[in-house]
Design a protein around this ligand. Structure first.
Ligand code: ADP
Ligand code: MG
Ligand code: MG
Length: 207
């Protein structure tokens, strides 16, 4: 487990978000301002540009740079939220000599802690946190049950997908979708959808 795994994750995420950009934007057109796909695509293409021109000595430097790139290149809600996620993720990696499944779990937790600190979302607010929260729980349960990293990431991605699907009937209480009130119900949250794509990408590449 080293820097190459994280490079692969970021590159796979970039191509997955690019392929799903129209879909994410369509979801955001129903309850937001129709830019989530474009936002994610722009941010991750900027990360790919960084990867193409620099090499990173450590995973923590790489992840922090990815976070700063998202913060600087993506406006709106999702740029600062995902940017903070990767910054905090990198900070946890910086404090360790060997990257174990437990450390990855701590990094995910710290990253999501950053999302909560910035966005103040609670479970059921119809945001990306509704995908992250069950994913963190499933990851921890898998590791506690003896799963390896691949098993834990797969469990996290599956739980995120269920959390994403469960956002459909919810009324949004954070972000632009909350301006719609009851009319936000009946639509899948774009950010919970991109979070699930990021975790599915991690499950394909990190282990
Ligand atoms: P914007 O809404 O500024 O156009 P995006 O369309 O890129 O930004 O991202 C919208 C997504 O951001 C939403 O679908 C939701 O998942 C997430 N989001 C918005 N506000 C918050 C918040 N306060 N906490 C967590 N996630 C949020
Ligand atoms: Mg939007
Ligand atoms: Mg916007």
């Amino acid at each position: 487990m080293g820097v190459d795994n994280f490079v692969n994750w970021l590159r796979d995420a970039a191509s997955t978000l690019h392929d799903n950009a129209a879909y994410l934007t369509e979801l955001d057109s129903a309850i937001g301002d129709a830019d989530h796909g474009a936002n994610m695509d722009r941010g991750f293409q900027a990360i790919v540009a960084v990867l193409d021109e620099s090499t990173f000595a450590s995973a923590d430097e790489l992840m922090k740079k990815a976070g700063m790139t998202l913060v600087s290149k993506v406006g709106g809600a999702s740029g600062p939220l995902y940017g903070t996620f990767f910054l905090r993720f990198g900070t946890v990696l910086a404090g360790t000599s060997s990257i174990t499944p437990e450390v990855i779990g701590e990094a995910f937790k710290a990253g999501v802690g950053g999302i909560l600190q910035r966005g103040k979302a609670e479970l059921g607010d119809k945001t990306m946190y509704d995908a992250w929260a069950p994913a963190l729980d499933a990851y921890d349960a898998a590791v506690a049950g003896g799963s390896d990293l691949a098993g834990a990431l797969n469990a996290a991605a599956e739980a995120a997908a269920k959390g994403r699907d469960a956002t459909v009937p919810l009324v949004a209480r954070k972000g632009r979708a909350s301006y719609l009130g009851e009319r936000s119900a009946g639509h899948q949250d774009p950010g919970a959808t991109s979070t699930t794509l990021l975790l599915e990408s991690a499950a394909r590449t990190l282990a």
